[in-house]
Design a protein around this ligand. Sequence first.
Ligand code: AMP
Length: 358
Amino acid sequence: MFSFQDINEDNVSLRPEATAGIMRAIQENTLLRSNPILKVYTVGPMFRRERPSKARYRQFYQINAELVGDDSPYNDADVIVTAVSILKAIGIESTLEINSIGCLECRAAYRTALKDYLSMWLSSLCEDCQRRFVTNPMRTLDCKEDRCRAILGQAPLILDYLDESCRSQFEAVLGLLDLAGISYQVNPKIVRGLDYYSRTAFEFTTELLGQSKAIGGGGRYDGLLKSIGGPDVSGIGFAFGIERLIESMMRNISSDRSLVYIAALGEEARRVAFPLIQNLRKYGILTETRFSGSLKSQMKNADKLNAAFVVMIGDNELSSGEYTVRDMKGSEQIQIAADQVISFLSERCNFCLDKDAS
Ligand code: AMP
């Protein structure tokens, strides 16, 4: 955390995440009294004093959602399905990795077993993991160093240490995800960074961010609200990093060559191209053009932008009422009736976010 004294010598910490602050707001405003099951969301900047690197910033933005007041596994599944549908709506393919980190009792037994195992390899672990061995041994499980990963490959797994109630909760959540048709991978190495998590823990990763970076994650927390003086109720939530969502969306676009380029030649062609461009965009099809230049320079531009299709409109097309559409991948060129161009492209473009737009 960034923690410092301000000009009045007050101690200030910049929030690294939203859940704790939301719990404080719930408690201070007794929000659960009128809404025993409360669903809230926030969007805003977070601050973490960590080593900046690609897609890891010291100030970044998160979308955060929480459901507080009930620990039914239906809520775990419902919240996860909500997160999945957000990713789906913005066209990001991701993997849902899920685990149960048990309750305090399960974790105490597991921590002992993990420490026993790690103590045999302590001097071979990286410096960070040697520190984690003392402060929070479960965090060694998500170390990215090869030597630690090799050692942790044989480590005991939390799922073997769940008590009956945590196990049946986890199985119920997985069963409900099956029922909702959501695919997932059980990953017993997911621990989540913050101490207040219990039982369900999950992360979303995407290949779009290179080394399968997390775009979001969440989990259940028992006892967090109680620890700040509130009622003993549990909650579940998730957070997405907005920069990583945007980065994934951008990569999605370029890796699909998902752009349509309109090459209109002459004023009359531009007048029909102009509304066509607006309509294609309405359908969610990324559409680019340049309202000037020769066919050659426009084709060059289309190539530079990685266009998937180029629609050419010139004198011939205007008189025949059929536009020339070139598939830039296959280099085929066909004539399509002017009023069929949008449906032709939307059928071929897997990048249409909203095919039903009109
Ligand atoms: P966390 O609660 O740490 O799992 O964070 C939830 C999500 O916020 C992550 O999956 C990332 O998408 C994003 N995130 C976390 N830390 C950073 C950071 N330093 N820079 C950018 N995004 C981040």
